[in-house]
Design a protein around this ligand. Structure first.
Ligand code: IVH
Length: 692
């Protein structure tokens, strides 16, 4: 049991005056944070709130700032991608990283079980049944409980040193936990899989697509690409996770079974998937486990490509021994691939909200893993050309997890010669305007802002739940109201009256009244929702929130320069340029004007506890703050009645300079504006009762 004080050590930094006290306090904080990391990341069962955790972390950080000589590389604060470049040095594995024999049919498993029984001379063998994670195999070596080396499999004999990269993963403890009754040995070598959750993978690819970066084909490639980076800072931004599944080297600690290995690794702070690990006795139980996991694989947040069976007793494992490339005591039983062949009967073209034309494969319906697929995305012309997909082809279609079905490739051998090549139309299929195609043929755009297809999707987006949340205006209704001329633009939503609606088919008095009330209520949606709703390309909810915190009104946002926008953390060149060119469009300005005229909220209201302690004071933030995002700092200032602006002038009262502050800091010095370090800024906030 941990005591309250070790869970949440109360440390008053200002009372610490010598190195010894600082050391003690640091140890308490680090130990508590490691423990909470373990509860959160490994056990999925945190004991304290996020805010309490953040406070512990901030205290540790602050204390380390005061005593930089006491910062150790395994401190929880050192998990950010370090600057040191690795050219992925080669390392030799202490014990070769072998792979697994694979079976695709139950006969292979029956043969495996028979072999084990005969070799061991027993009637019933006990196995662990585990998931086969679809990621990248890695090895972690701990010396004196500290992560000393992390490497990829490579060719099994020689791998690549990815220590700096993997240090950025929250799932990997930099220091092992040391339970008193069973501390880890001085040397420990474990192996496991680094992977990416499906949702994280899709989110990352969506961002990459918006930023015109190349896309990863699947979560496994994304995980592998992210681990094998030269710059750990890049790995640090990727949503990687890790499960450990075995031990290969351990000195001074005996294990009896594989299950005991897994349970113990978890006690030492490593992340193990015990939830889906089971003991199976005999063939029938193995086959049942495989069936169950195949059925539930879609419900998992990560991809698995099969299951792994291991003889549970380590003594038996030793007796069974190894073949040259794989152990005799384990086998992978893979799932059937999620592919099917079908006929591609046609290609249709969809026009999206931003005018982008997307070719869609129309397929003869086919069942893949229990789901009927009749359409699949073909992405763009370049993709169709690269795969040489033709109308009339027999194609291989793949469905992985919840990802949209993909056409993998045509079966060339089955061509009759009647197949037709496809070219994306040069005129918009909806409004007939000339399409603009990029040179690399990766994007075709209908430039007509009033294209009915775009109008429909723009309105659908504007009224959607995360945007203006106008209930009662579903997709069918939007189409209906556009078709009968009531909706001609986004602002026209606010001109709809009850009298108009009752004339429309399927609208009764009550539904008309409800919808008009809903529309009216949407006028006071918060500023971030409005920014999201107007549909700036590549600006999602999170960016909209940032913009709403940074700019007090739509007018400020509309007139912001790309440089000003780029100063906002996490807004890069592409997004900044998209925002500026969006607002440069006269039809967009007209739309904003019309919305404002109809009473839609166009300003940010400060949230949370407010006071006016900083009334009349103007702050400018520059550089990177360590303890919070710049946007958060701005909200703190605004909540205290102050103003946060983006450029320094004589009227500026304070410039808060984080690391890497540049021209704004120089200007502040020239103008004699008070400059605060991050610590001084935090102290100021605390003085006004803000808890950080
Ligand atoms: S055990 C000696 N267990 O599958 C046994 N491997 O060829 C070594 N994998 O890429 C592997 N999940 O990284 C084991 N629960 C699991 C696994 C697993 C995924 C991967 C492994 C390697 C491949 C085996």
């Amino acid at each position: 049991m941990r005591s309250k004080s070790s869970l949440l050590p109360e440390i008053d930094i200002d009372n610490i005056s010598d190195l010894k006290d600082a050391k003690d306090a640091l140890e308490k904080l680090r130990s508590a944070i490691r423990f909470h990391n373990y509860r959160y990341y490994v056990l999925d069962d945190p004991l304290i709130s996020d805010a309490e955790y953040d406070r512990l972390f901030a205290t540790l950080y602050e204390l380390e700032q005061r005593y930089p000589e006491l910062v150790s590389p395994d401190s929880p604060t050192q998990r950010v991608g370090s600057d040191v470049k690795s050219d992925l040095a080669k390392i030799e594995h202490p014990i070769p990283m072998v792979s697994l024999k694979t079976a695709y049919e139950s006969e292979g498993i029956a043969a495996f079980d028979r072999f084990c029984r005969e070799e061991l001379g027993i009637d019933l063998v006990e196995y662990t049944a585990e998931l086969k994670f679809d990621g990248l195999a890695v090895e972690l070596i701990y010396h004196d409980h500290r992560l000393a080396l992390a490497s990829t499999r490579g060719d099994g004999i020689t791998g690549e040193d990815v220590t700096l990269n993997l240090r950025t993963l929250a799932d990997i403890p930099l220091v092992l936990l040391t339970p008193e009754d069973d501390p880890p040995p001085d040397r420990l070598i474990v192996r496991g899989e680094v992977y990416m959750e499906i949702e994280d993978f899709e989110r990352m690819n969506r961002m990459r697509s918006k930023n015109h970066e190349s896309l990863f084909a699947n979560p496994r490639n994304a995980a592998a690409g992210s681990v094998r980076q030269l710059d750990p800072k890049i790995t640090a931004t990727r949503p990687l996770r890790m499960y450990v599944y075995g031990v290969v080297g351990v000195e001074g600690r005996e294990f009896q079974t594989q299950l005991e290995v897994l349970q113990t690794l978890q006690k030492w702070g490593l992340r193990v998937n015990l939830e889906h690990t089971q003991l199976c006795r005999g063939l029938e139980e193995l086959l049942a486990y495989h069936r169950r996991m195949d059925e539930m694989r879609d419900a998992l947040p990560f991809e698995i490509d099969g299951v792994v069976f291991k003889v549970n007793s380590l003594e038996y494992q030793g007796r069974l021994g190894m073949r040259t490339r794989d152990p005799r005591w384990a086998i992978a039983y893979k799932f059937k691939p999620r592919q099917a062949t079908t006929k591609l009967t046609g290609i249709t073209v969809q026009v999206g909200r931003t005018g982008r034309l997307t070719p869609v494969a129309e397929l003869e319906p086919v069942t893949i893993g229990g789901v009927t697929v009749s359409r699949a995305s073909l992405h763009n012309q370049s993709e169709i050309d690269r795969k040489d997909i033709r109308i009339g082809d027999t194609v291989i279609v793949e469905r992985a997890g919840d990802v949209i079905p993909q056409v993998v490739k045509p079966v060339i051998d089955l061509r009759s010669g009647d197949e037709k090549k496809f070219e994306i139309p040069m005129k918009c299929p909806v409004c007939d305007t000339d399409v603009v195609m990029s040179d690399d043929k990766k994007s075709s755009l209908c430039p007509n802002k009033s294209c009915p297809a775009q109008l429909r999707r723009n309105i659908e987006h504007f009224v959607s739940r995360d945007a203006m949340n106008i209930e009662g205006l579903g997709k069918k209704r939007v189409k209906q109201l556009i078709d009968n001329g009531l909706l001609t633009s986004i602002p026209s939503i606010y001109d709809i009256t009850e009298a108009d609606l009752v004339e429309v088919e399927r609208f009764g008095d009550e539904s008309a009244r409800n919808l008009v009330n809903e529309i009216e209520a949407s006028k006071s949606r918060s500023f971030d929702k409005v920014i999201f709703a107007i549909g700036i390309p590549s600006v999602g909810l999170a960016t909209s929130r940032l913009l709403a915190r940074t700019f007090p009104s739509m007018d400020d946002l509309m007139t912001a320069s790309a440089t000003e926008l780029e100063l906002i953390e996490s807004i890069g060149f592409e997004v900044a340029t998209n925002i500026v060119s969006f607002f440069a469009d006269p039809s967009v300005r007209e739309m904003i004007h019309e919305l404002k005229h109809r009473g839609v909220n166009m300003t940010a209201e400060a949230k949370g506890e407010k006071s006016d302690a900083l009334k009349g004071q103007t702050f400018v933030f520059t550089g990177t703050l360590e303890t919070m995002k710049r946007s958060e700092a701005q909200v703190y200032v605004e909540n205290l009645g102050g103003k946060a602006t983006s450029s320094v002038s004589k009227k500026t009262n304070y410039v808060v300079a984080g690391s890497g502050a540049g021209t704004k800091l120089d200007k502040a010095k020239r103008l004699g504006v008070t400059i605060l370090s991050e610590e001084e800024f935090l102290a100021l906030l605390r003085q006004y009762g803000v808890e950080i």
